[in-house]
Design a protein around this ligand. Structure first.
Ligand code: UDP
Length: 320
């Protein structure tokens, strides 16, 4: 297959690129940042329709993987225009260019944030969609656009709703780094490595057993394998759909810190802070649809594996 990976220089996108290259596919990364050395990369803003048209005319892609989006909830509240512009408007430009070029297969990075405050846990795909911030709304808008594009233009898509993406390439070649870093596991491991003084726990007064928030952490390599299965599913004639990706098991912030203490053998200092706005107490996936429909099976479902792969990366590449 010829694959375009939009956002292929980022955390999950770079792991996808590695998987596709290993599987023998031809891959081009389109990203505003440079891809890993050795991977063909075009510096591209997907809001640029003429450049997209030229790219699609030159390479006849069989499938597009779309990972490029802004992902910070707090920032999306403070600057919603940035999120609607990049996550929705620019994505619409990409989708229109795909339709013009006759590319009919898209795998889209969506999120558990489309559900908003859960009415029931574990959350299945039919759970009502009522995102509570512009980030979640931007992803849900794209999902709805994709439903309409399928009906009108025959653009087939699988939207994969990630719960908490975490971990790193088991071979140690890739890992997670955001600037600024806001995600729990990298922040904990930076504290373990002495790169920051402490990790802040946002709230101990949640209605959970230890009072801290519960999340469903899913290994980035398992996310990637779901994308590969999703593209096979569409290529085999599967209908457009959306699937949750999670392990169906929740861990509290305190449990993640305790696991990191075990895995690293280091002291990890904690500082306490009030709840972060917009954080529901408990988010856990019902991912049975991905298993039944795509044949997805998580390979690295344990929190110890997720944290230990992330720790290998943290120690190997502390300057990243
Ligand atoms: N969290 C925390 N301290 C931090 C970062 C995150 O206590 O410095 C908590 C956050 O409140 C949430 C969980 O860790 O309950 C996971 O947060 P993250 O930002 O990693 O992912 P999100 O759930 O927002 O997608």
């Amino acid at each position: 297959m010829k694959c375009l990976v939009v956002g292929g220089a980022g955390y999950i996108g770079s792991h996808m690129v590695k998987h596709l290259v290993r599987a023998g596919h031809q891959v081009l990364v389109a990203d505003t940042a440079a891809a890993r050395p050795g991977i063909p990369w075009v510096g591209l803003d997907i809001a640029d329709a003429p450049t997209l048209d030229a790219l699609f005319a030159e390479y006849r892609f069989d499938a597009v993987f779309h990972f490029a989006s802004f992902i910070q909830v707090g920032e999306s509240v403070a600057d919603p225009a940035k999120y609607y512009q990049n996550n929705v408007a620019a994505t619409l430009t990409l989708l229109q260019a795909m339709v013009r070029a006759g590319i009919q297969t898209l795998i889209f990075s969506s999120t558990a944030a489309v559900y908003g405050d859960p009415q029931r846990v574990p959350i299945d795909e039919d759970h009502p969609k009522s995102p509570i911030n512009p980030y979640g709304r931007s992803k849900w808008m794209v999902e709805q656009i994709l439903q309409d594009f399928d009906r009108a233009y025959g653009l087939n898509s699988v939207c994969l709703r990630y719960f908490n993406a975490a971990g790193a390439d088991p071979e140690g070649l890739l890992g997670e780094r955001h600037e600024p870093e806001t995600h729990l596991i990298p922040l904990i491991l930076q504290a373990a490595a002495g790169r920051r003084e402490a990790v802040t726990v946002f709230g101990r007064d949640y209605p959970t057993p230890d009072g801290t928030c519960i999340r469903d952490y899913v290994h980035v390599t398992d996310l990637v394998s779901a994308h590969a299965l999703a593209v096979d599913y569409l290529m085999a004639g599967g209908a457009s759909t959306a699937c949750n990706l999670g392990n169906g098991q929740g861990f509290s912030v305190q449990q993640v810190i305790d696991t990191a203490r075990q895995v690293t053998g280091r002291e990890i200092s904690i500082s306490e802070a009030p709840r972060r706005a917009g954080d529901p107490p408990r988010l856990v996936a019902d991912a049975s649809k991905a298993k039944a429909l795509l044949g997805w099976q998580a390979q690295f479902a344990s929190l110890e594996q997720i944290v230990s792969h992330a720790w290998n990366w943290e120690r190997q590449y502390p300057w990243h």
